[in-house]
Design a protein around this ligand. Structure first.
Ligand code: GLY
Length: 489
């Protein structure tokens, strides 16, 4: 779908930005982030330019920019990349911040293109791909379709759990059973789905992984290992980092994942040990930040020639620090997050007056590959801004929840006599659901009525039909969608 981006809301950016970078404290001791209008304008411009750069092709999902051209690196636009959900998520955040339907329409397209990744069992990143896209879709427009895909994704991620080790296997291509600190982030998919489906097994898996990670990734001083590799009995083979400097160094983004991950785990479990771990990790991060509040990609990198900054680490940490503030009411965490936001809004880190396609620049993928923009730095930057504005009780545009036109795969499938079909209707209207046999003959009409927009469940009883493959078709308002079901008697 191609649409013209509204530019009327865009705010001219230039030097006026940055008078507020080192903002004064307000009366209650909480710092202010004044650059919001300028950042919003800049972010809209960059998102609009990215849509054009992608030729409005929703199967392309930006990961990071090319160091030479500043454009999104075309080798990393695939659905299967760990980063594929972030652009969709950033579009959702833009919709939340502006209430403009164009952002919602694009967000839906880029999200729905990722549906197949809910079944992709190649690594732990199912959580990143699906929570940032479908998770935000569900938060904002409540379509049952989005929830169904989240459930599917949780099921996929849970398959990577090994009870002997008490962890989810992060990668299949290195070591024996590698578990990386980033994996904490993906537990949210399990916690959220457990809470919303009543499947306590997912909660138990996520909790067990969190405990294993707390025990083996975290050092007493609050710093974290990137990778812990386990043998088949759960003993540690090796600990270290691939993306940071060295075995005992402190990879900055890993540290940010630890802060964010343990805070989120505390949100779902209420267990103080996780909040304590998050605070220890946050204290190290804050205490070791340079004057511009953006770390070198590894806090312990000693070689001056590879000292690239990682804005993504600060964006992730800022978002998490706002949540720590909400749990602790300690202004240190709020003000540290605002310091980061103010710095990221400066010309040093925001891609103002430049051809770089991302909103933020100066992130590092891994040692030796710095100075890029990333879709995740942009995503967590906007998320942090949303969290700031919520704490400050700023106004958000009113967003009506909205359904989508969707027909789910029946469950169970194959089935013996009874199965459930979930579907949703975007606009109120006449709705028909019919069953066809493999010869294309209509054999049952299950729904034929006027329905308001919304989500529905249908219980189908196939008594009287013989075993075989059947098609079921949903039609409404000139749209139709067909799926197959298999009856086995
Ligand atoms: N989760 C991969 C990274 O942070 O680079």
């Amino acid at each position: 779908m191609k649409q013209t981006i509204l530019t009327s809301a865009l705010i001219p950016i230039c030097c006026l930005f940055f008078s507020s970078v080192y903002a004064q404290d307000s009366d209650n001791g909480l710092k202010e982030f004044h650059a919001f209008p300028q950042v919003l304008g800049h972010a809209q411009t960059k998102l609009a330019e990215t849509l054009e750069e992608l030729n409005y092709n929703a199967s392309l999902h930006p990961g990071h920019t090319d160091r030479n051209t500043g454009l999104w690196d075309t080798r990393f636009l695939k659905r299967s990349e760990w980063t594929s959900g972030f652009f969709a998520g950033t579009l959702w955040y833009m919709y939340q911040l502006t209430g403009e339907t164009q952002w919602k329409d694009y967000a839906k397209e880029w999200t729905e293109d990722l549906e197949s990744t809910a079944n992709l069992n190649i690594d732990h990143d199912t959580g990143f791909r699906i929570s940032s896209s479908f998770g935000n879709a569900y938060q904002l427009i409540q379509g049952q379709y989005y929830q169904r895909i989240m459930l599917r994704a949780a099921n996929t991620l849970a398959q990577r759990y090994d009870p002997k080790i008490g962890a989810i296997k992060s990668w299949d291509w290195i070591g024996n059973f590698p578990v990386i600190i980033d994996n904490l982030m993906n537990l949210e998919l399990l916690f959220w789905n457990a809470e919303n489906s009543g499947n306590s097994e997912w909660y138990n898996i996520a909790l067990s992984h969190a405990e294993t990670s707390l025990k083996h990734h975290m050092r007493p001083d609050g710093t974290s290992y990137h990778i812990v590799d386990f043998d088949d009995s759960g003993n540690v083979n090796w600990k270290g980092t691939r993306q940071g400097y060295g075995p005992n160094s402190v990879w900055a983004r890993g540290q940010a994942w630890a802060i964010y991950g343990f805070t989120m785990i505390y949100r779902y479990t209420g267990k103080e040990k996780f909040l304590d771990a998050a605070i220890r990790a946050a204290d190290y991060f804050i205490d070791n930040l340079p004057d511009d509040f953006v770390p070198i990609y590894d806090f312990l990198e000693p070689v001056t020639t590879v000292q690239s900054k990682d804005a993504s680490a600060s964006a992730i940490a800022a978002s998490a620090l706002f949540e720590i503030y909400e749990f602790t009411n300690n202004a240190r965490y709020f003000n540290s997050a605002v310091n980061i936001l103010n710095s990221l809004s400066s010309e040093q880190f925001m891609s103002v007056n430049s051809d770089i396609s991302s909103i933020l620049k100066q992130s590092t993928l891994h040692r030796g590959h710095g100075n890029v923009g990333t879709s995740y730095a942009d995503y967590y930057f906007l998320e942090a801004i949303i969290r700031y504005r919520k704490i400050k009780q700023a106004e958000f545009p009113r967003i009506g929840s909205q359904s989508v036109f969707y027909l789910d795969q029946n469950f169970p499938n194959p089935f013996n006599n009874t199965t459930q079909i979930f579907y949703s209707i975007e606009n109120s209207g006449e709705v028909e659901i019919s069953i066809y046999n493999s010869a294309g003959r209509k054999i049952r009409q299950l729904v034929n009525t006027y329905l308001p927009a919304g989500s529905y469940r249908l219980d189908f009883d196939a008594s009287g039909l013989s075993s075989g493959v059947y098609l079921y078709v949903l039609r409404s308002n000139g749209q139709s969608v067909t799926r197959k079901m298999t009856l086995i008697k």
